[in-house]
Design a protein around this ligand. Sequence first.
Ligand code: ATP
Ligand code: MG
Length: 654
Amino acid sequence: MSGTEALSNLAREERRFPPDPQFAAQANVTAEAYEAAAADRLGFWQTQADRLLWSKRWTQTLDWQPPFAKWFADGTLNAAVNCVDRHVADGYGDQVAIYFEGEPGDRLELTYAELLSQVSRAANALTELGVKTGDRVAIYLPMITEAVIAMLACARIGAPHSVIFGGFSAQALFDRITDADATLVITADGGYRRGAVSALKPAVDEALAKGETNVKHVLVVKRGGNEVAWTPERDVWWDEVLQRQQDTHEAPALPAEHPLFILYTSGTTGKPKGILHTTGGYLTQTAYTHHAVFDLKPDSDVYWCTADIGWVTGHSYIVYGPLANRASIVLYEGTPDTPDRGRFWEIVQRYRVTLLYTAPTAIRTFMKWGDEIPAKYDLSSLRLLGSVGEPINPEAWIWYRRAIGAEKTPVVDTWWQTETGAMMISPLPGVTAAKPGSATRGLPGISVDVVDNEGTPVGNGGGGFLVLTEPWPSMLRGIWGDPERYQQTYWSRFSEQGYYFAGDGAKKDDDGDLWLLGRVDDVMLVSGHNISTTEVESALVSHPAVAEAAVVGATDPTTGQGIVAFVILRGDATDGQTLVAELRAHVASEIGAIAKPRQILIVPELPKTRSGKIMRRLLRDVAENRQIGDVTTLADSTVMNLISEKLPAAASED
Ligand code: ATP
Ligand code: MG
């Protein structure tokens, strides 16, 4: 990507959303946070770390041996104590910690006191099953309270968990169990997915039959009520073993750098990486960012993050950040369209959700389904909306704020990665004048920049590679078992400057605000111009007929690469050649003739990872008539056939 590409429609976005004065007046964090952090970055993070409960306070804030960081290393604490015991001790035992909503409509409320007793029992159970501090535990569960309890029980005894998304296959499960070398797997008989019971235990059985593992026990939660095969000695019912435990447990004080979890990335760009996170710095930054960006008021807010616990968003912003801050959270087991397309809004209405965190993929789907659906529900409790996972198209941002946020809520577009552990770039809702489609700037205490090929900062108005220029508390401590790949993937691209390379392209507008442009690997080169996939996609989505778009660069004999666009229409829009011509003209007028797609294919679905991100590399294979590459992280493998069928019909019009 060149450093000074002038072409940009995104950064020309002129709509501004300054904070509502009433919101600003009550916000947890003011503009002073930026100043405090700029004046003394490490001092700022010490202040945030002091919000936690430490068994022994640290003396050294940061030990930085590039690219290996230790934060608060000589301090000790326990993550579970911070997320649970502390609040009970402070007198909040009766506060609801989790409002659980099962897919079939069953409900459960768990107070902090109840959560403490469950986590203590589970910690005792893990110990009885032979799990020791440092042993890895694989968790393969639906979105039920036991998933949160299991994670916290692992954290409590210092056994790093590796949560594996419940939609993964036996092979993916086997790969992750062996890579992390887990000794225990926690699963369920089944979970509810689109009205049916999903087979979790059979996948574990199949995974463990695939080869040699160190798994001694499989702990099985009863959820689906379905029959499951049983391997005596190895398999144990969760209820049975928990029942015989004491409901108190003495939590050890663990070093701040004790491993908290290993989590595999979404696999959007290739083979997933086992990202290692540790305790003190991770908890400091997840708790601080949740407090600052979501403006949580623990006494009155109801917070709902719709991510799955199998992704980093579920770790940092369902479990650790919110619970460290004593949030009352909603946990929902199922999909947005079960039993109908109003399910999310019914949940917001029922629990009077005030803070909602979801992903652009969901927002675009709701847009496609139409405004009438959310309009049927009372969403007036909402006071802040968040987005994460992909760049949010300006039109989707506007829709989110209007159709869900009643044109009054702040919208926070948060950029971060599995590797960063917590949010890095985001508006502060009481401070920042938001721009739809811009994640705005680095959070207080975070040093980010955009650099060119040589690693030189591009300055305002320029574009290039997003980098992190200073270590941050919740940064990954490595790729599990592969220090070489850690160096190579993140630290070799700008080794001279010592910058962390995020793999994403970004642009700085004239105010210095950041616009994320998608993966560096996805940038297209058309007649010598770098064009970002995000920009063309957002131009397409700004057309009223389009709900969602994915574009790729396909080899082109004359232009080097030609733009091929895959488009999903909104509910009421109709397919047709006139529309295709109109969309091409629309992109030309939004960005410039150079960005006009060579081909536009109207498709019913797009290939997405199981975390809902568009997998452009597979679309590139289609556009270039190649054998389709590795689809193991794809959510639905039949999607690729649906798309391939469309290809011959789509002709270029120039
Ligand atoms: P893999 O690294 O295995 O290819 P992945 O990068 O999709 O998978 P995650 O860590 O879940 O795995 O995703 C992080 C990426 O998601 C970021 O690098 C960025 O590309 C994208 N992303 C997340 N939030 C935002 C956002 N607010 N704006 C733009 N992009 C975002
Ligand atoms: Mg990634």
